[in-house]
Design a protein around this ligand. Structure first.
Ligand code: DP6
Length: 338
């Protein structure tokens, strides 16, 4: 007998970022965070999880290649099995069957594009289905990769910082469903699709150890941003949404610079994109578009549907010039004037 479940989960893009843990094992964050979950068309992980009495070992294939299973996988699996045992959702015998996992991303893996979030969210969703577990499993996804807990829900989602030491209340909650703000769009500018040099896990570890600015960010800056962002989302206030998104991204990357030794995720091209976005917003005398960057150089732009044609044509016009700057390294002012 083989029991299998296939699921699909999209990436999420944080507008108030998670950067730093207070508990490495339970993945408890120093601060809350908020992200938008993309729809199920473009940037998704698709995973099939199968269990069988005939499998001799747990095995995992990512994008067609067999990979070793990480320690985080064992933690997630243990948490799922514990929940299944407690709620008696599946017979004990099946819980001892070995697992095969086959996962595929339709976008660059580990390029700072939240691939681990989609992958882990998808894995936890499939495991929960396989073992008939109902209710919220975002706390289990969190154990696999912090940001994965936010991909368990659609729309805009908050990962609650939580107060309990065991992490019980550090779970994801939806702030608004996708249809509350249906004309919100995301553009991803892939600056570099290679693997990132410093993973977010190790980058944030070094920040926790060395950056005083991170203490300030977690205690004062982020709580403010979370309040403003919640309000902006509920009221569909794009101006506040855009400003907080850009400031929070800048704040996170300032912490990366304050980390010792410093972590540079943004490249020349990323900085030119930042300048281009501000030039566009200045030109229109209102925020039309907001950038945000995770642990890599690729830009995620949030904007409204109506503005897509204009912004896209401006980017199509300027982006090749920006990329030439990176390659040629000569024309420093290529996109400064908008
Ligand atoms: C910059 O969730 O990948 O994307 O919990 O160690 O697996 P781990 O880290 P991860 O970190 C994501 C950091 C970020 C910001 C964010 O998504 O909020």
């Amino acid at each position: 007998v083989i029991l299998s479940v296939t699921g699909r989960a999209p990436i999420n893009i944080a507008v108030v970022k998670y950067w730093g843990k207070k508990d490495e094992r339970l993945i408890l964050p120093l601060n809350g965070s908020i992200s938008g979950t993309l729809d199920l068309t473009h940037m998704c992980a698709t995973t099939t999880v199968a269990i069988s009495e005939s499998f001799s070992e747990d095995q995992f294939w990512l994008n067609g290649l067999e990979c070793s299973l990480s320690a985080r996988f064992s933690i997630v699996l243990e948490a799922i099995k514990k929940r299944a045992l407690e709620n008696e959702t599946i017979d004990r015998e099946k819980l001892s069957w070995k697992i095969h996992i086959c996962s595929k991303n339709n976008f660059p893996t580990a390029a700072g594009l939240a691939s681990s979030a989609a992958g882990l969210a998808c894995l936890v969703f499939c495991l929960a289905r396989l073992y008939n577990i109902d209710g919220d499993v975002s706390g289990i996804a969190r154990l696999g990769s912090g940001s994965a807990c936010r991909s368990m829900y659609g729309g805009f989602v908050e990962w609650m910082v939580g107060e309990c030491r065991d992490g019980r209340d550090s779970v994801a909650k939806q702030i608004i469903p996708a249809n509350h703000w249906p004309n919100m769009a995301v553009l991803i500018l892939v600056v570099n699709a290679g693997r990132k040099h410093t993973s977010s896990t190790s980058g944030m570890q070094t920040s926790v150890q060395t950056s005083r600015l991170l203490e300030h960010r977690a205690k004062l800056v982020v709580p403010d941003h979370i309040d403003l962002m919640r309000g902006a989302l509920l009221q569909k206030d794009f101006q506040t949404f855009a400003q907080v998104t850009m400031k929070d991204s800048n704040s996170m990357h300032a912490v990366c610079m304050d980390t010792y030794p410093p972590i540079h995720y943004l490249t020349h091209v990323s900085h030119h994109i930042i300048n281009l976005v501000h030039s566009i917003n200045n030109y229109f005398r209102t925020c039309k578009v907001a950038y945000t960057f995770d642990a890599g150089p690729n830009a995620c732009l949030y904007l409204l549907d109506d503005d897509l044609p204009t912004i896209l044509s401006l980017i199509r016009y300027f982006y090749p010039k920006i990329q030439n700057v990176e390659e040629g390294g000569t024309d420093d002012d290529a996109c400064r004037d908008g």
